[in-house]
Every structure is written in C-alpha cells, then in structure tokens.
Design a binder for this molecule. Structure first.
Ligand SMILES: *Cc1c(COP(=O)(O)O)cnc(C)c1O
Length: 390
C-alpha cells in the first residue's frame, strides 16, 4: 500500500477522465490523526461513499492506518460495510421512523439515539434479536441539528437508564457535534464543550457508564486536543483534505490528498480574437489563441459555478475554465503559444504538494467547501484504486 498517484498520467485507454484514489494516503492520514489523538481512538467517517473515495476501500485503508471505529450517516451505509466483511465497531446516526433497526442490531451496528421514539424502536428491535442494542446517546450542545436538548435530553437519559436496567440496551457512547470546529477560537466551541460536560454528568448521575465519549470531527481533532475525549471522528482529514483551509493546507497538517482527478484534451484548435466560447458565450477570446476541450462537466461533478474560474493544469501549465461548464465538457483558453495536441493530460484536482490545482482551489473559486468538491465526483468517472491489497 505504498503506491502514489500514477506519473506522469493515469488515464486508462478508452476513458475520458478518471478518479485515482491513493489508499496509502488514506492509511497514512489516519495514522497521523491517530498520533494526534493520543490516547483517544479514531473513528474514520466513511459516509457518502467515503466522501467520494469509495466507502469500503477507504474503510479498509483507514483501519490499516490505525482507526478502530468506523462511522457513517445512514443505516444502509453501515450495512454495506458489514456486507463487505468489515467487522470493526461501526456507528450510524441518521434514519427516520421505520428504519430496520433489527437488521442493524443483527449486523452488530451501534445506533445513535437522539429521541425517546428512536430509543423505543431500538428496544423493540433488541427484543426481537434477544440481545441488548449498543446505543450512543446524542446530545444537542448547540448545533441544533440532530441530538436531544433540554427536557428531551433529560427524558432520553432517564429512558435509556431504564432500558439498560432491563437489558434492552447497552449505552456504549455519548456524543455531540460542533457548530464551529473550523474556528477553534469561536466562543461556541467552549460553550458546547461545557454543555457536553453537563450532559456527561447527567448520564453519570443516571448510573450509565458509557465507554466512549466523543465530540471531535476533523477540525477539532487537528486543532483542539481538549475535546478528543475517548474517540475522535475525523472524516475529511482522513482523505487528506484540510478542514481548516484558512489555517493551513494538508501539508501543514501532515496530510496528503487521496483523490486525484485527471482527464485529457479531446480537441485542440486555434481560434481568432473575439471568439465566444461555450453556451451563452460567457467568455470571449481577447486575442487569437488556442483552446482545448476537456471532456468533463457537471454530470461528472465539475461545478457549473466554475464557469470562468475553475483551475486546471493542462500539459503541465495552469489554465482556467473559459466559458460555461456544460453537462459533459468545458473549454479552456490555453493561450496563443500553446503547442500541444488532443490527448494532452489535464489535471483537474490534484495534490497541493505537487503544485496541482486542489479541491480547495475549486472550492475557493466556486464559493463552496472542499468537502462538496470531492464528495460530488460523479458515478460516470472510473475509480482507480492505488495500493489496494489482494
Ligand atoms: C460528517 C461527520 C463527521 C466528520 O466530519 P469531518 O468534518 O469531515 O471530519 C463527524 N461527525 C458527524 C456527526 C458527522 O456527521
């Protein structure tokens, strides 16, 4: 698993664009996060198909790097990991009434509980399986998203204690999630930690003894050791993207990007000054120039908002999306002296340390976050896994 991205260029014959996933990077990033986490364990978050990197291979690589837990949003994502033969502790946290908790419990999946209706449903499933359900109680410490707050939290803790007493559940964890982990000095960070501490005391007073208290996502894992508790839950950083780009890129945090997206020019041609490019002529050449056609579009995850701003590297030189991003393709003004030809390599997303355009560059150019850029890479792009064992 020591492979790196293919040099100079990975595109398999017959494909127009591809996504390389460096599993060695995922393993090494996880090892770095584990080192930072000290005595806390690492739950690698592999929801949303491993942030677009592939859930199962990413999970295996993260486990090879020292993660001892996995986390996903949805129950079906958790079941898919189990079906792939991954048997580590695994937490899920998002579902609606009617979710198949029985299947989850039979598969040994830990279930987050944020309400008494969910606890009741999990207890009914536990009665069917004949084993206590492993649950993590989620407290809303200020994000106002999932989690129980106020009297609902008090009621949930009381109900969980009763359910543990009658052996319907084992309360394995207590957890919460930050509003502003990416701004470690933000006043909400301290306030949420205080509320979390209060919640831990509530749980303790109810006689519950959870073994994992967890609060930190990637940003908090990297920047705030005081909130590591027993377990950290990094997602983005596992894939080598910085969750705090305003503080530093991946290199500054000892991480390296695991995703590289490449393509090749489908056509190169010389056009006169005053030529409008692509739909709506949102770009007009200001001199005679050479343009190149890149066979990737918004169906592949290239944001349409990247029109006239998306950064690419063509034949080793930097260029910018010129004119509108279409469903399957976009055009780049390569300048009058471009001497290349169709087939020239295009790096769309690469690695900061290699001087390539990054997911963060795309995010900054299009007003979004690197999370969205990597997660949205389309299903049409073949994934090339580097460093996969067996
Ligand atoms: C997605 C998610 C994480 C991981 O967040 P990152 O910012 O990617 O590290 C952790 N916990 C919860 C509840 C999440 O939804």
């Amino acid at each position: 698993m020591d492979t790196d991205f293919a040099r100079p260029f990975p595109l398999p014959a017959g494909t127009s664009a591809c996504v390389e996933i460096d599993l060695g990077a995922i393993r090494d990033n996880t090892a770095e996060l584990k080192r930072l986490a000290g005595s806390a364990e690492v739950m690698a978050v592999v929801k949303a198909d491993g942030y677009g990197h592939g859930a199962v291979p990413s999970a295996r690589a993260a486990l090879a790097g020292g993660a001892t837990w996995l986390g996903v949003a949805q129950l079906d994502e958790a079941l898919a990991l189990r079906e792939a033969g991954i048997d580590t502790p695994l937490l899920t946290w998002l579902y609606v009434p009617g979710a198949d908790f029985t299947a989850a419990l039979r598969a040994g999946i830990d279930v987050t509980v944020s309400s008494t209706w969910a606890l009741d449903a999990v207890c009914r499933a536990a009665a069917e399986t004949g084993e206590p359900a492993r649950v993590h109680l989620k407290v809303d410490t200020g994000l106002s998203r999932n989690g129980a707050v106020g009297q609902d939290w008090v009621d949930l803790v009381r109900a969980a204690a009763a359910a543990e007493a009658d052996e319907s559940v084992d309360v394995i964890g207590v957890w919460s999630h930050f509003v502003y982990a990416d701004e470690p000095q933000h006043p909400t960070v301290r306030r949420q930690q205080e509320r979390f501490e209060d919640a831990l005391r509530d749980v303790d007073r109810a006689g519950l003894r959870p073994v994992v208290r967890h609060l930190a996502n990637s940003a908090a894992t990297l920047t705030n050791p005081a909130v590591h508790y027993d377990l950290v839950r990094p997602g983005l950083a596992v894939y080598g993207q910085s969750p705090v780009p305003q503080l530093g890129g991946p290199t500054a945090y000892g991480l390296r990007e695991a995703m590289r997206v490449t393509s090749a020019l489908a056509l190169v041609k010389r056009v006169p000054a005053g030529t409008g490019l692509s739909y709506g002529h949102q770009y007009t050449t200001d001199r005679e120039t050479v343009i190149g056609l890149v066979p990737m579009g918004y169906a592949d995850g290239i944001p349409r908002a990247a029109t006239n701003v998306g950064p690419v590297q063509v034949g080793g030189q930097r260029a910018t999306v010129s004119g509108r991003v279409c469903m399957d393709q976009f055009v780049v003004d390569l300048g009058p002296s471009y001497a290349g030809a169709a087939g020239d390599p295009v790096v769309v997303i690469g690695r900061e340390a290699d001087g390539e355009p990054t997911a963060q560059d795309w995010a900054a150019a299009t007003g979004t976050i690197n999370y969205e850029i990597v997660t949205r890479m389309g299903p049409r792009l073949p994934r090339i896994l580097l460093g996969e064992r067996d």
